[in-house]
Design a protein around this ligand. Structure first.
Ligand code: GAR
Length: 200
């Protein structure tokens, strides 16, 4: 610079994605963070199920996926997860189809920095099968929720929701597919907000 002042680039927010299965949300999150070219860095995916498709998805995008299954107690498993997060200086956690309940101690360690995507308009249809429960209940409008994680199951403060209508002739698959697109959009928007906040 002409005046000799150095411009220090802002440090990216370091995040990890937690997933248990297919990992389409995880892939969407990683691709979006990478395509931004700054602001958010996601060096790590944590998976609690050996052989889950998310492992290959992460590796294809050049992101380390650490598989930490529960072998002994939950607190041992969570200690191993916390150690992996520490190794990468992780600040925020994005749950993306992570089908395990984090303990209050774990949640306290990342207080207000754990975010979850849930496939219903919470507080409706919490639990493991949001799309299935909403579909079988024949609600005319369903949706998806991005929320902070607290000690309850799908009870934390809502960040944002998007809704969609059930259409005539919908099957559970078409219904779910419409919702998934909204899940991806919610996480992309949240990543942008987090990155912009860090750059401000
Ligand atoms: C997504 O629909 C996500 O909202 C849901 O699991 C699916 C994972 O899909 N999560 C929950 O139900 C959490 N209670 P993906 O592995 O393809 O991202």
């Amino acid at each position: 610079m002409a005046d000799g002042k150095k411009i220090t680039p802002k440090k990216p927010v370091i995040c990890a994605v937690f997933a248990s299965g297919n990992g389409s949300n995880a892939e969407n999150i990683l691709r979006h963070a990478q395509s931004r070219g700054g602001g958010i860095s996601i060096p790590l995916v944590i998976c609690n199920k050996a052989g889950a498709p998310v492992i290959v998805r992460a590796e294809k995008l050049g992101v380390a996926c650490k598989v930490i299954e529960r072998a002994g107690t939950k607190s041992e498993q969570e200690a191993a997860i916390l150690a992996a997060l520490k190794e990468h200086d992780v600040e925020w956690i994005f749950l993306a189809g992570f089908m395990a309940i984090l303990s209050p101690d774990f949640v306290a360690a990342y207080k207000d920095r754990i975010v979850n995507i849930h496939p219903s308009l919470l507080p409706q249809f919490p639990g493991k099968d949001g799309y299935g429960d909403a579909f079988r209940a024949e609600v005319p409008v369903s949706g998806v929720t991005l929320h902070y994680v607290d000690d309850g199951i799908d009870t934390g403060p809502v960040i944002a929701q998007k809704s969609f209508a059930r259409e005539e002739g919908d099957t559970l698959e078409t219904f779910r597919a419409r919702g998934m697109e909204l899940e991806y959009a919610l996480y992309r928007e949240f990543i942008d907000i987090l990155a912009q906040r860090a750059a401000a």
